[in-house]
Design a protein around this ligand. Structure first.
Ligand SMILES: Cc1cc2nc3c(=O)[nH]c(=O)nc-3n(C[C@H](O)[C@H](O)[C@H](O)COP(=O)(O)OP(=O)(O)OC[C@H]3O[C@@H](n4cnc5c(N)ncnc54)[C@H](O)[C@@H]3O)c2cc1C
Length: 409
């Protein structure tokens, strides 16, 4: 379908999980795909540990299996999450619980290190003959017209396609270049993630504790012989406090975290590197333009508390690839309005309620003024009584069927 090395059907900017998922999903068609990534091939082949442990939904696991990526992740790195609990305030009286849906003893979800998912996706894309990975290349400008779209790189070279997709992070430069505005919510906090070993077993229970002045998430990981009890710590605090914690030596840091977590897991000890991330959420006002679409965090950059950013990135890539494949099969225009309008509608419907709900919940739980404390006590207590609310959240993680038309059942 293409005529030269710079002429493709689809050009994707960004080889993060969303860009790679889209490329892999499209590789099943006869379309030619370019993936432009500013990082080196060596980094894509062996991404470094970045502290993120991704809670994958059953649907995302099914997609990774379909893409041939899942079996490339070592089994020891896949930690089951049996249940998730939300605790409130210093005494944590009420716990909102998220249970599995009771289907064939499956866990609520699984936790997998982000760098291993990225590596497995890269390994599943690299052998695809229809996908060209252009590394150490940076997208700079996009021009589109009735018939095609052109991406200009910072080295001056140009790539053309029928459709350009930007999967270039939540601070997407390409989104801005295409004149697409976004709702941005800066929580004014920083998250620090790292692995800790501890005395008491976690029993595969993930815990999000909204203590006053800090949020502490503990994600249960598989242990090793040397460290049988291991969890990922996600600590959210104002930036200057995270800076101070990052500068502490291992002993002082471990002692402070043990105190901050009120010895719930006994003594805790840092067993790896610490990684800070600013807490900024983004929702693009439009997901599409002329011959242009946003994918992954560039479209929807979620607050991590409900663990859906990555899952939504995979879902959106599946939706877009399904629509493009359908139209390509019938010889239609893969970058035309009918594909883009349907992608926009479906992905918005799938993501907006949870985006708004997550931000509202996160705002309530991190507001330490007295009325908010009372309100969130009530919300957690009500949530404990209202089984349907809990089931709705768990259902998203447990969602598992994958259709080839791009719809998750
Ligand atoms: C601490 C933390 C915990 C999280 N936990 C979860 C979780 O449990 N579950 C979950 O579902 N999600 C989670 N997330 C969210 C998840 O990590 C993100 O949603 C996901 O990584 C976004 O993938 P992406 O491909 O859209 O963007 P990215 O991973 O940011 O990749 C974008 C790529 O684009 C490249 N790029 C950018 N600009 C250009 C350009 N101009 N030219 C060329 N290349 C470019 C970058 O180099 C990068 O490789 C978490 C996030 C954080 C920070």
């Amino acid at each position: 379908m293409t005529t030269s090395a710079t002429d493709f059907d689809v050009v994707i900017i960004g080889a993060g999980p969303a860009g790679l998922s889209l490329a892999r999903a499209l590789a099943d068609t006869a379309l030619s795909i370019a993936v432009v990534e500013r990082q080196s091939r060596a980094v894509l082949e062996t991404p470094p540990f970045d502290g993120r442990e991704i809670a994958l939904s059953h649907h995302s696991v099914a997609l990774l299996k379909r893409y041939g990526a899942w079996d490339r992740i070592p089994g020891q790195a896949v930690s089951p999450m049996a249940e998730a609990r939300v605790l409130n305030g210093p005494t944590s009286l009420h716990a909102l619980r998220f249970h599995p849906m009771g289907r064939d003893d499956a866990p609520l979800g699984v936790l997998v290190p982000n760098h291993l998912i990225r590596r497995s996706l890269f390994e599943s894309v690299a052998p695809c003959g229809t996908v060209q990975l252009l590394t150490e290349k940076t997208g700079a400008a996009i021009e589109t017209n009735q018939d095609s779209a052109t991406l200009t790189l910072t080295d001056g070279s140009r790539l053309t396609g029928k459709l350009i997709v930007a999967a270039d992070t939540r601070m997407s430069e390409m989104r801005r270049r295409m004149g697409i505005s976004a709702r941005m919510r800066d929580f004014g906090k920083t998250m620090m993630v790292c692995r800790m070993s501890h005395d008491t077993p976690h029993n595969a229970i993930a815990t999000e504790w909204f203590g006053y002045g800090q949020t502490v998430a503990i994600l249960p990981l598989n242990g090793t012989e040397a460290n049988p009890n291991v969890s990922s710590l996600v600590l959210t605090l104002p930036g200057h406090q995270i800076e101070r914690l990052m500068a502490l030596d291992t002993d002082a840091f471990s002692a402070e975290i043990t105190e901050r977590y009120q010895h719930r897991l006994g003594e805790m000890r840092l067993i790896g590197t610490r990684h800070p991330y600013p807490l900024v959420c983004v929702y693009a006002d439009r997901f599409v333009g002329r011959r242009f679409a946003l994918a992954g965090d560039a479209a929807v950059g979620m607050h991590p508390v409900t663990a859906h950013g990555f899952n939504f990135g995979m879902l959106g890539a599946e939706t877009l690839a399904g629509l493009v494949a359908q139209v390509a099969k019938s010889g239609g225009d893969i970058g035309g309005t009918s594909v883009l309008v349907r992608y926009e509608a479906r992905h918005r419907r799938a993501t907006l309620p949870l985006y708004l709900g997550t931000n509202a919940t996160a705002s309530l739980y991190t507001d330490d003024r007295f009325p908010a404390r009372v309100a969130r006590d009530a919300v957690i207590f009500a949530g404990e009584l209202l089984a349907p609310v809990r089931r709705a959240v768990a259902a998203r993680l447990m969602q598992r069927s994958v259709s080839r038309s791009g719809r998750a059942a």
